[in-house]
Design a binder for this molecule. Structure first.
Ligand code: SAH
Length: 221
């Protein structure tokens, strides 16, 4: 459960976080800005206090409504691919715990994050830590539609496993933009990095196997 009251971020937590950063470096994450963001955002605030000691292991955890907070490696990998620049407008599909949103905001992005599960959307409303970032806007809606009134985006990140690449999201990507999305089915997904050239030409790279909860159509009350 996300924590609605400020909790302590102790030397123990900071130490565990520094170790996690070492692990991510060993696993191949190179972008120092991404590693610094992981080193700054207290992941244990995004989890039930029961998980406090293990919050910095490189593993996923259940949050609300059968959803998960992704592995730190996955968050770091997707964020590195996005190559976030200060003031980038970033669309995120799948707010979940909002950990990924906070990492993007820490990198200076203006974040527009969409969540289809009402229970999760409401939960994050009560979460104290996200209030630190005035640059995160959250929406209850279906990410397949994107956010046409805020488009186009410099970057788009989908944090649920999509059965296909939604056309609306390609449309809402700026020329010169980067779009990172895991595509596949329940048995696993391939991480795709899609770039749109200045000439609108789409290029797709396939970058490894992942295991996300599914990207589902429509809103869930
Ligand atoms: N980025 C999250 C990880 C979320 S897990 C984090 O940092 O914790 C994936 C999330 O995607 C779930 O919360 C799920 O409800 C949401 N989701 C799935 N399909 C969606 C859709 N079509 N639109 C918006 N959110 C969606």
């Amino acid at each position: 459960m996300l924590q609605s009251k400020p909790q302590e971020d102790t030397y123990l937590h900071k130490g565990l976080r520094a170790k996690l950063v070492d692990t991510l470096r060993q696993k191949g994450i190179k972008d120092e800005k991404v590693l610094a963001a992981i080193n700054t955002v207290p992941r244990h605030f995004f989890l039930d206090t029961a998980f406090e000691r293990i919050a910095y292991e490189d593993r996923a955890f259940q949050i609300v409504a059968q959803q998960t907070i992704s592995h730190p490696y996955t968050v770091a990998f997707q964020t590195e691919l996005l190559d976030v620049k200060k003031f980038d407008k970033v669309l995120e599909v799948g707010t979940g715990s909002s950990y990924q949103s906070c990492i993007l905001a820490e990198l200076g992005a203006r974040v527009f994050s969409v969540e289809r599960q009402r229970a999760l959307y409401d939960f994050v409303n009560q979460f104290f830590f996200i209030k630190k970032y005035a640059t995160i806007k959250r929406f209850y809606g279906d990410g397949y539609a994107g956010l046409s009134s805020y488009a186009p985006f410099d970057k788009i990140i989908v944090t649920a496993g999509a059965p296909f690449v939604p056309e609306k999201l390609i449309e809402q990507l700026k020329p010169g933009g980067i779009f990172v999305i895991p595509v596949g089915d329940d048995s696993g997904q391939k991480m795709l990095k899609i770039t749109k050239g200045i000439d609108h030409k789409i290029t797709t790279e396939e970058l490894g196997d992942f295991d996300f909860v599914p990207m589902l159509e429509g809103k869930n009350k």
